[in-house]
Design a protein around this ligand. Structure first.
Ligand code: NAD
Ligand code: HSE
Length: 350
Protein backbone atom coordinates (compact mmCIF):
# COMPACT_ATOMS: atom_id res chain seq x y z
CA UNK A 1 0.00 0.00 0.00
CA UNK A 2 1.19 3.52 -0.81
CA UNK A 3 2.38 5.68 2.08
CA UNK A 4 2.78 9.40 1.48
CA UNK A 5 5.49 11.12 3.48
CA UNK A 6 4.41 14.61 4.41
CA UNK A 7 6.03 17.73 5.88
CA UNK A 8 4.01 20.15 8.01
CA UNK A 9 5.12 23.76 7.48
CA UNK A 10 3.60 25.77 10.34
CA UNK A 11 2.51 23.73 13.36
CA UNK A 12 -0.42 25.81 14.61
CA UNK A 13 -4.13 25.02 14.89
CA UNK A 14 -4.66 23.49 11.44
CA UNK A 15 -1.51 21.38 10.97
CA UNK A 16 -1.60 20.23 14.61
CA UNK A 17 -5.14 18.99 14.02
CA UNK A 18 -4.02 17.20 10.85
CA UNK A 19 -1.24 15.57 12.92
CA UNK A 20 -3.83 14.55 15.54
CA UNK A 21 -6.00 13.02 12.83
CA UNK A 22 -3.05 11.03 11.47
CA UNK A 23 -1.96 9.97 14.98
CA UNK A 24 -5.38 8.91 16.20
CA UNK A 25 -7.11 7.75 13.02
CA UNK A 26 -4.18 6.71 10.80
CA UNK A 27 -5.31 3.05 10.75
CA UNK A 28 -8.88 3.90 9.74
CA UNK A 29 -7.67 6.36 7.14
CA UNK A 30 -5.36 3.72 5.70
CA UNK A 31 -8.23 1.21 5.50
CA UNK A 32 -10.79 3.68 4.09
CA UNK A 33 -8.56 5.66 1.73
CA UNK A 34 -6.16 2.99 0.53
CA UNK A 35 -3.02 4.90 1.48
CA UNK A 36 -1.09 5.76 4.62
CA UNK A 37 0.32 9.07 5.83
CA UNK A 38 3.61 9.53 7.67
CA UNK A 39 4.87 12.91 8.90
CA UNK A 40 8.61 13.14 8.22
CA UNK A 41 9.22 16.85 8.89
CA UNK A 42 7.71 19.70 10.89
CA UNK A 43 8.78 23.35 10.96
CA UNK A 44 7.32 26.20 12.99
CA UNK A 45 8.49 29.72 13.85
CA UNK A 46 7.94 29.09 17.55
CA UNK A 47 8.99 25.43 17.82
CA UNK A 48 11.82 25.16 15.29
CA UNK A 49 12.16 22.08 13.11
CA UNK A 50 12.44 18.33 13.20
CA UNK A 51 13.11 15.83 10.38
CA UNK A 52 12.76 12.06 10.83
CA UNK A 53 12.81 9.97 7.65
CA UNK A 54 11.33 7.02 9.53
CA UNK A 55 8.42 9.14 10.77
CA UNK A 56 8.00 11.63 13.62
CA UNK A 57 6.42 10.50 16.88
CA UNK A 58 3.36 12.76 16.56
CA UNK A 59 2.04 12.25 20.07
CA UNK A 60 5.36 13.51 21.42
CA UNK A 61 5.47 16.43 18.96
CA UNK A 62 1.90 17.43 19.88
CA UNK A 63 2.84 17.61 23.56
CA UNK A 64 5.39 20.38 22.87
CA UNK A 65 4.08 23.73 24.07
CA UNK A 66 5.24 26.69 21.94
CA UNK A 67 7.16 29.15 24.10
CA UNK A 68 8.03 26.47 26.69
CA UNK A 69 9.99 24.05 24.46
CA UNK A 70 11.42 23.65 20.98
CA UNK A 71 12.36 20.71 18.76
CA UNK A 72 15.99 21.28 19.82
CA UNK A 73 15.11 19.48 23.06
CA UNK A 74 13.99 16.51 20.92
CA UNK A 75 16.88 16.06 18.52
CA UNK A 76 15.84 18.80 16.09
CA UNK A 77 16.59 22.51 15.86
CA UNK A 78 15.19 25.67 17.46
CA UNK A 79 15.15 27.31 13.99
CA UNK A 80 12.35 26.76 11.47
CA UNK A 81 14.94 26.75 8.64
CA UNK A 82 12.11 26.43 6.11
CA UNK A 83 14.03 26.60 2.83
CA UNK A 84 16.58 23.92 3.73
CA UNK A 85 13.98 21.62 5.24
CA UNK A 86 11.42 22.02 2.45
CA UNK A 87 14.08 21.43 -0.21
CA UNK A 88 15.90 18.51 1.45
CA UNK A 89 13.44 16.62 3.67
CA UNK A 90 12.26 13.26 2.30
CA UNK A 91 8.59 14.34 1.92
CA UNK A 92 6.33 13.67 -1.07
CA UNK A 93 3.84 16.37 -0.02
CA UNK A 94 4.25 19.68 1.82
CA UNK A 95 1.24 20.85 3.90
CA UNK A 96 1.63 24.63 4.13
CA UNK A 97 -0.35 26.20 7.00
CA UNK A 98 1.62 29.24 8.15
CA UNK A 99 0.11 32.72 8.64
CA UNK A 100 -1.77 34.21 5.68
CA UNK A 101 -0.08 37.40 4.52
CA UNK A 102 -2.83 39.35 2.70
CA UNK A 103 -0.40 41.85 1.15
CA UNK A 104 2.11 39.74 -0.79
CA UNK A 105 1.48 36.13 0.26
CA UNK A 106 5.04 35.74 1.60
CA UNK A 107 6.83 33.83 2.96
CA UNK A 108 4.25 31.13 2.20
CA UNK A 109 4.51 31.67 -1.57
CA UNK A 110 8.25 30.96 -1.31
CA UNK A 111 7.52 27.84 0.73
CA UNK A 112 5.34 26.61 -2.14
CA UNK A 113 7.99 27.51 -4.78
CA UNK A 114 10.77 25.71 -2.85
CA UNK A 115 8.57 22.61 -2.58
CA UNK A 116 7.57 22.54 -6.26
CA UNK A 117 11.17 23.28 -7.27
CA UNK A 118 12.40 20.28 -5.29
CA UNK A 119 9.88 17.72 -6.57
CA UNK A 120 7.26 17.92 -3.81
CA UNK A 121 3.54 18.48 -4.27
CA UNK A 122 1.83 21.04 -2.06
CA UNK A 123 -1.50 21.39 -0.31
CA UNK A 124 -2.23 24.60 1.53
CA UNK A 125 -4.95 26.36 3.48
CA UNK A 126 -3.04 29.62 3.17
CA UNK A 127 -4.95 32.11 1.04
CA UNK A 128 -1.96 34.37 0.29
CA UNK A 129 -0.05 32.19 -2.21
CA UNK A 130 -3.26 31.11 -3.95
CA UNK A 131 -4.86 34.55 -4.29
CA UNK A 132 -1.70 36.50 -5.08
CA UNK A 133 0.49 33.97 -6.94
CA UNK A 134 -2.02 31.29 -7.98
CA UNK A 135 -1.41 31.35 -11.74
CA UNK A 136 2.39 31.18 -11.36
CA UNK A 137 2.27 28.37 -8.77
CA UNK A 138 -0.27 26.29 -10.69
CA UNK A 139 1.89 26.59 -13.83
CA UNK A 140 4.98 25.62 -11.86
CA UNK A 141 3.22 22.53 -10.48
CA UNK A 142 2.00 21.54 -13.96
CA UNK A 143 5.44 21.99 -15.53
CA UNK A 144 7.04 19.85 -12.81
CA UNK A 145 4.36 17.09 -12.95
CA UNK A 146 3.31 17.89 -9.37
CA UNK A 147 0.12 18.95 -7.59
CA UNK A 148 -0.79 22.29 -6.01
CA UNK A 149 -4.09 21.88 -4.11
CA UNK A 150 -5.81 24.52 -1.99
CA UNK A 151 -9.40 23.53 -1.22
CA UNK A 152 -9.14 24.89 2.35
CA UNK A 153 -8.26 28.39 1.16
CA UNK A 154 -11.98 29.15 0.65
CA UNK A 155 -14.71 27.90 3.06
CA UNK A 156 -12.24 25.65 4.96
CA UNK A 157 -13.40 22.00 4.67
CA UNK A 158 -16.52 22.75 2.59
CA UNK A 159 -15.41 21.67 -0.89
CA UNK A 160 -16.66 24.69 -2.81
CA UNK A 161 -13.82 24.87 -5.35
CA UNK A 162 -13.96 21.20 -6.38
CA UNK A 163 -17.76 21.28 -6.40
CA UNK A 164 -17.89 24.32 -8.65
CA UNK A 165 -15.17 23.08 -11.01
CA UNK A 166 -17.09 19.81 -11.50
CA UNK A 167 -20.50 21.46 -11.83
CA UNK A 168 -19.83 24.43 -14.04
CA UNK A 169 -18.44 22.98 -17.27
CA UNK A 170 -21.47 23.18 -19.59
CA UNK A 171 -22.99 26.10 -17.69
CA UNK A 172 -22.34 29.81 -17.89
CA UNK A 173 -21.45 31.35 -14.56
CA UNK A 174 -22.54 35.00 -14.31
CA UNK A 175 -21.15 35.66 -10.83
CA UNK A 176 -21.47 34.83 -7.15
CA UNK A 177 -22.17 36.35 -3.77
CA UNK A 178 -21.33 34.81 -0.45
CA UNK A 179 -20.48 34.93 3.20
CA UNK A 180 -16.85 33.91 3.11
CA UNK A 181 -15.42 34.75 6.52
CA UNK A 182 -16.34 32.66 9.56
CA UNK A 183 -14.94 35.08 12.13
CA UNK A 184 -16.83 38.19 11.02
CA UNK A 185 -20.06 36.21 10.63
CA UNK A 186 -19.59 34.73 14.10
CA UNK A 187 -18.82 38.17 15.55
CA UNK A 188 -21.93 39.76 13.99
CA UNK A 189 -24.08 36.92 15.35
CA UNK A 190 -22.63 37.18 18.85
CA UNK A 191 -23.08 40.97 18.83
CA UNK A 192 -26.75 40.35 17.96
CA UNK A 193 -26.81 38.11 21.07
CA UNK A 194 -25.59 41.07 23.14
CA UNK A 195 -21.82 40.53 23.37
CA UNK A 196 -19.47 43.45 22.84
CA UNK A 197 -17.36 43.51 19.68
CA UNK A 198 -14.17 42.71 21.66
CA UNK A 199 -15.80 39.81 23.53
CA UNK A 200 -17.10 38.35 20.29
CA UNK A 201 -13.67 38.59 18.60
CA UNK A 202 -12.05 36.92 21.62
CA UNK A 203 -14.49 34.02 21.36
CA UNK A 204 -13.76 33.62 17.64
CA UNK A 205 -10.03 33.52 18.44
CA UNK A 206 -10.53 30.90 21.17
CA UNK A 207 -12.51 28.75 18.76
CA UNK A 208 -9.68 28.83 16.22
CA UNK A 209 -11.61 30.76 13.55
CA UNK A 210 -9.66 34.03 13.48
CA UNK A 211 -6.48 34.89 11.62
CA UNK A 212 -3.34 35.54 13.71
CA UNK A 213 -4.23 39.22 13.24
CA UNK A 214 -8.05 39.29 13.42
CA UNK A 215 -8.25 42.67 11.69
CA UNK A 216 -7.77 40.61 8.50
CA UNK A 217 -11.17 39.05 9.24
CA UNK A 218 -12.92 42.15 10.52
CA UNK A 219 -11.69 44.61 7.90
CA UNK A 220 -12.44 42.32 4.96
CA UNK A 221 -8.87 41.48 3.83
CA UNK A 222 -9.56 37.75 4.25
CA UNK A 223 -12.73 37.93 2.13
CA UNK A 224 -10.89 40.06 -0.44
CA UNK A 225 -8.43 37.17 -0.96
CA UNK A 226 -11.25 34.60 -1.15
CA UNK A 227 -13.21 36.66 -3.69
CA UNK A 228 -10.03 36.95 -5.74
CA UNK A 229 -9.54 33.16 -5.62
CA UNK A 230 -13.15 32.40 -6.58
CA UNK A 231 -13.23 35.02 -9.36
CA UNK A 232 -9.94 33.88 -10.89
CA UNK A 233 -10.54 30.14 -10.46
CA UNK A 234 -14.21 29.99 -11.44
CA UNK A 235 -15.00 33.08 -13.54
CA UNK A 236 -11.71 32.91 -15.43
CA UNK A 237 -10.99 36.49 -14.35
CA UNK A 238 -7.47 37.81 -14.13
CA UNK A 239 -8.03 40.11 -11.16
CA UNK A 240 -5.41 41.42 -8.77
CA UNK A 241 -5.93 42.50 -5.16
CA UNK A 242 -6.44 46.13 -6.14
CA UNK A 243 -9.37 45.12 -8.38
CA UNK A 244 -11.44 43.88 -5.40
CA UNK A 245 -12.97 46.81 -3.51
CA UNK A 246 -12.88 46.15 0.24
CA UNK A 247 -14.85 47.38 3.23
CA UNK A 248 -15.12 45.47 6.53
CA UNK A 249 -17.51 45.43 9.49
CA UNK A 250 -15.55 47.52 11.99
CA UNK A 251 -17.80 50.56 11.52
CA UNK A 252 -20.94 48.59 12.47
CA UNK A 253 -22.21 49.30 15.99
CA UNK A 254 -24.58 47.30 18.22
CA UNK A 255 -27.09 50.07 17.47
CA UNK A 256 -26.80 49.39 13.72
CA UNK A 257 -27.46 45.70 14.32
CA UNK A 258 -30.49 46.45 16.53
CA UNK A 259 -31.87 48.91 13.98
CA UNK A 260 -31.50 46.34 11.17
CA UNK A 261 -33.24 43.72 13.36
CA UNK A 262 -36.19 46.04 13.95
CA UNK A 263 -36.49 46.48 10.16
CA UNK A 264 -36.41 42.70 9.45
CA UNK A 265 -32.82 42.82 8.23
CA UNK A 266 -29.47 41.37 9.30
CA UNK A 267 -25.99 42.76 8.64
CA UNK A 268 -23.63 40.39 6.85
CA UNK A 269 -20.19 40.81 5.28
CA UNK A 270 -20.75 39.89 1.64
CA UNK A 271 -18.09 39.07 -0.96
CA UNK A 272 -19.25 39.12 -4.56
CA UNK A 273 -18.17 39.20 -8.18
CA UNK A 274 -20.12 39.51 -11.43
CA UNK A 275 -19.29 39.23 -15.07
CA UNK A 276 -20.16 42.42 -16.99
CA UNK A 277 -21.64 42.43 -20.52
CA UNK A 278 -18.21 43.44 -21.91
CA UNK A 279 -16.62 40.33 -20.31
CA UNK A 280 -14.83 42.16 -17.51
CA UNK A 281 -15.39 41.08 -13.90
CA UNK A 282 -16.30 43.45 -11.06
CA UNK A 283 -15.63 42.24 -7.51
CA UNK A 284 -16.06 43.62 -4.02
CA UNK A 285 -16.35 43.00 -0.29
CA UNK A 286 -18.83 45.10 1.68
CA UNK A 287 -21.25 44.83 4.59
CA UNK A 288 -24.93 44.65 3.62
CA UNK A 289 -28.15 44.72 5.67
CA UNK A 290 -29.90 41.73 4.05
CA UNK A 291 -33.65 41.13 4.33
CA UNK A 292 -34.36 38.02 6.41
CA UNK A 293 -35.70 36.12 3.38
CA UNK A 294 -32.38 36.61 1.53
CA UNK A 295 -30.59 33.26 1.08
CA UNK A 296 -27.50 34.46 2.96
CA UNK A 297 -29.30 36.11 5.91
CA UNK A 298 -29.76 32.83 7.81
CA UNK A 299 -26.12 31.73 7.58
CA UNK A 300 -25.06 31.68 11.23
CA UNK A 301 -21.96 31.26 13.39
CA UNK A 302 -18.74 30.44 11.54
CA UNK A 303 -20.66 28.94 8.64
CA UNK A 304 -20.18 30.25 5.13
CA UNK A 305 -22.31 30.07 2.00
CA UNK A 306 -21.80 31.13 -1.58
CA UNK A 307 -24.55 31.44 -4.13
CA UNK A 308 -23.48 31.10 -7.77
CA UNK A 309 -25.60 32.65 -10.50
CA UNK A 310 -25.75 30.34 -13.54
CA UNK A 311 -27.60 30.43 -16.86
CA UNK A 312 -29.10 26.91 -16.89
CA UNK A 313 -29.66 26.24 -13.18
CA UNK A 314 -30.29 29.74 -11.83
CA UNK A 315 -28.82 30.14 -8.34
CA UNK A 316 -26.77 27.24 -6.93
CA UNK A 317 -25.75 27.66 -3.30
CA UNK A 318 -23.00 25.83 -1.42
CA UNK A 319 -23.07 26.13 2.38
CA UNK A 320 -21.04 24.64 5.22
CA UNK A 321 -18.33 25.34 7.76
CA UNK A 322 -16.13 28.29 6.83
CA UNK A 323 -13.52 28.08 9.58
CA UNK A 324 -12.29 25.86 12.38
CA UNK A 325 -9.23 23.74 13.06
CA UNK A 326 -10.76 20.32 12.31
CA UNK A 327 -12.77 21.63 9.36
CA UNK A 328 -9.62 23.07 7.81
CA UNK A 329 -7.39 20.09 8.62
CA UNK A 330 -9.98 18.02 6.76
CA UNK A 331 -9.49 20.29 3.74
CA UNK A 332 -5.79 19.30 3.70
CA UNK A 333 -6.77 15.65 3.91
CA UNK A 334 -9.21 16.15 1.01
CA UNK A 335 -6.38 17.68 -1.02
CA UNK A 336 -4.17 14.64 -0.35
CA UNK A 337 -7.07 12.35 -1.33
CA UNK A 338 -7.44 14.33 -4.59
CA UNK A 339 -3.71 13.91 -5.30
CA UNK A 340 -3.95 10.17 -4.60
CA UNK A 341 -6.96 9.81 -6.92
CA UNK A 342 -5.18 11.71 -9.70
CA UNK A 343 -2.12 9.51 -9.25
CA UNK A 344 -4.26 6.34 -9.34
CA UNK A 345 -5.92 7.54 -12.58
CA UNK A 346 -2.51 8.27 -14.13
CA UNK A 347 -1.25 4.81 -13.18
CA UNK A 348 -4.41 3.18 -14.59
CA UNK A 349 -4.03 5.09 -17.89
CA UNK A 350 -0.29 4.44 -18.25
N1 NAD B 1 -8.13 28.24 11.32
C1 NAD B 1 -9.01 28.28 10.33
O1 NAD B 1 -10.21 28.20 10.53
C2 NAD B 1 -8.52 28.42 8.93
C3 NAD B 1 -9.42 28.15 7.87
C4 NAD B 1 -8.98 28.25 6.54
C5 NAD B 1 -7.68 28.66 6.31
N2 NAD B 1 -6.86 28.93 7.35
C6 NAD B 1 -5.49 29.32 7.05
O2 NAD B 1 -4.63 28.25 7.42
C7 NAD B 1 -3.38 28.77 7.89
C8 NAD B 1 -3.10 28.23 9.29
O3 NAD B 1 -4.15 28.57 10.13
P1 NAD B 1 -4.08 28.22 11.70
O4 NAD B 1 -5.43 28.45 12.22
O5 NAD B 1 -3.40 26.93 11.89
O6 NAD B 1 -3.13 29.39 12.18
P2 NAD B 1 -2.22 29.43 13.51
O7 NAD B 1 -1.89 30.84 13.75
O8 NAD B 1 -2.85 28.61 14.59
O9 NAD B 1 -0.92 28.63 13.06
C9 NAD B 1 0.03 29.12 12.17
C10 NAD B 1 1.36 28.53 12.60
O10 NAD B 1 2.33 28.86 11.61
C11 NAD B 1 3.53 29.20 12.27
N3 NAD B 1 4.28 30.05 11.35
C12 NAD B 1 3.98 31.30 10.94
N4 NAD B 1 4.90 31.74 10.06
C13 NAD B 1 5.79 30.74 9.90
C14 NAD B 1 6.97 30.57 9.13
N5 NAD B 1 7.42 31.52 8.32
N6 NAD B 1 7.64 29.40 9.23
C15 NAD B 1 7.22 28.41 10.05
N7 NAD B 1 6.11 28.53 10.82
C16 NAD B 1 5.40 29.67 10.73
C17 NAD B 1 3.10 29.91 13.55
O11 NAD B 1 4.12 29.86 14.52
C18 NAD B 1 1.87 29.12 13.94
O12 NAD B 1 2.19 28.05 14.81
C19 NAD B 1 -3.49 30.29 7.84
O13 NAD B 1 -2.92 30.73 6.64
C20 NAD B 1 -5.01 30.53 7.81
O14 NAD B 1 -5.34 31.70 7.11
C21 NAD B 1 -7.23 28.79 8.65
N1 HSE C 1 -10.06 33.45 9.54
C1 HSE C 1 -10.79 32.79 8.49
C2 HSE C 1 -10.39 31.35 8.42
C3 HSE C 1 -10.88 30.69 7.16
O1 HSE C 1 -10.17 31.14 6.04
C4 HSE C 1 -12.28 32.92 8.76
O2 HSE C 1 -12.66 33.31 9.87
O3 HSE C 1 -13.06 32.63 7.85
Amino acid sequence: MTTYDIALIGFGGVNRTLAELIATRGGELRRDLGFGLRVVAITDLRLGSLVRGEGIDLEKALRLVPGAATFRDHGGSAEADNERIIRTCPADIICEATFTNPTDGEPAASHVRWALDSGKSVCTTNKGPVALHGAELKAMARQNGLHFEFEGAVMSGTPVLRFAKRLFPGLSLHGFEGILNGTSNYVLGRMEDGLSFDEAVREAQQRGYAEADPTADIDGYDVQLKVLILANELLGANLTLADVKREGISALTPGDLRQAGSEGRRWKLVGSARRNPDGTVTAQVAPAALPLDHGLAGVSGANNAVSFSTDLLGAVTVAGPGAGRMETAYALLSDIIAMHEARSRETANA
